[in-house]
Design a binder for this molecule. Structure first.
Ligand SMILES: [Zn+2]
Length: 296
């Protein structure tokens, strides 16, 4: 009994806000729709930002938040244009980005990196947190290792894998004509990111990936982050600088023989004191960087 409560609690934490919330709480969530550019819209409800491609070929979603929000998401999409949701792209396996898969997967084709399928098919353990396998309808049916392109609504939608970032299965989605990119959780705009070290994530890998992506993006691109508002290339550059400076800041202290408690006590550089938030405080961020740098 105690154990099952523990597991359930852990699962709720893993999913961000969790399925154990009363139905009433899900009822309170509204879906906000914003036009980003070209064919692409962003939906915000609870969990990761959803990208939507809308046009003559139909509808494609990037991520799908939580199952209890599926009908609200569907309604918001149908307000843009009636028709089938033909494709769902998952940027990574976390429940606040794939929670709608069991519902949408019955009627849409789910596409994701190979490791997203692997993790959704099997029980995931992160310390004391246990996530059971997702139902079969939630599993991606098309997988890729490096990249895949979907030619849809008059543009190439290029889906690129960047290894060892937020997880080991992250994809970044480039809408090449609309000039929009959906970064998944490789990008938390203006705040410290969660890096899932237990799912193959790595802080230095993330910084390297963001540097590469910055080099590939046009100056006037519109960026949908995994969490946070629609952003610019300058916002992504500021985030990249924060990542690099955090790594240098913590590495120096490790080399000076400081332990995690001392690193936490020293805090983040002054200019980043405003980047902590409900889920990732400055202390939690320092712990993630410390663990990432010392795990090899
Ligand atoms: Zn995530």
């Amino acid at each position: 009994m105690r154990k099952s409560i523990f597991v359930l609690g852990g699962l709720a934490v893993m999913l961000g806000l969790g399925f154990v919330l009363a139905q009433q709480d899900w009822d309170k969530v509204t879906i906000k729709t914003t036009h980003v550019a070209g064919n692409v819209y962003m939906l915000e409800g609870r969990g990761g930002n959803i990208g939507v491609s809308v046009g003559e070929d139909g509808i494609l979603l990037v991520d799908d938040q939580f199952a209890p929000l599926a009908e609200k998401i569907r309604k918001a999409v149908q307000n843009l244009r009636p028709g089938d949701i033909r494709f769902i792209l998952n940027t990574h396996w976390h429940g606040d980005h794939t929670g709608g898969n069991p519902i949408f997967g019955k009627e849409s084709t789910i596409i994701a990196h190979t490791n997203v399928r692997k993790r959704l098919m099997t029980e995931q353990r992160r310390g004391s947190r246990v996530t059971p396998p997702a139902p079969k309808e939630a599993w991606p049916v098309i997988t890729f290792d490096r990249s895949v392109s979907i030619h849809f609504n008059g543009e190439e939608i290029k889906v690129m894998h960047y290894p060892r970032g937020h997880t080991d299965g992250d994809a970044v989605v480039f809408f090449t004509q609309s000039n929009v990119v959906h970064m998944g959780d490789d990008f938390f705009s203006g705040r410290f990111p969660f890096v899932d070290l237990d799912s193959g994530g790595d802080v230095e890998g993330l910084a390297r990936n963001i540097g590469q992506i910055i080099n590939e993006l046009p100056a006037d691109v519109k960026i949908i982050p995994g969490h946070g508002p629609i952003s610019t290339l300058d916002d992504l550059k500021a985030y990249h600088t924060m990542l690099k400076e955090s790594i240098v800041h913590v590495r120096k202290q490790i080399e000076a023989g400081k332990d995690l408690a001392a690193v936490k006590a020293a805090g983040v550089p002054k200019e980043y004191s405003g980047w902590g938030w409900r889920f990732i405080s400055a202390e939690r961020w320092l712990e993630i960087v410390y663990r990432s740098l010392t795990k090899k």
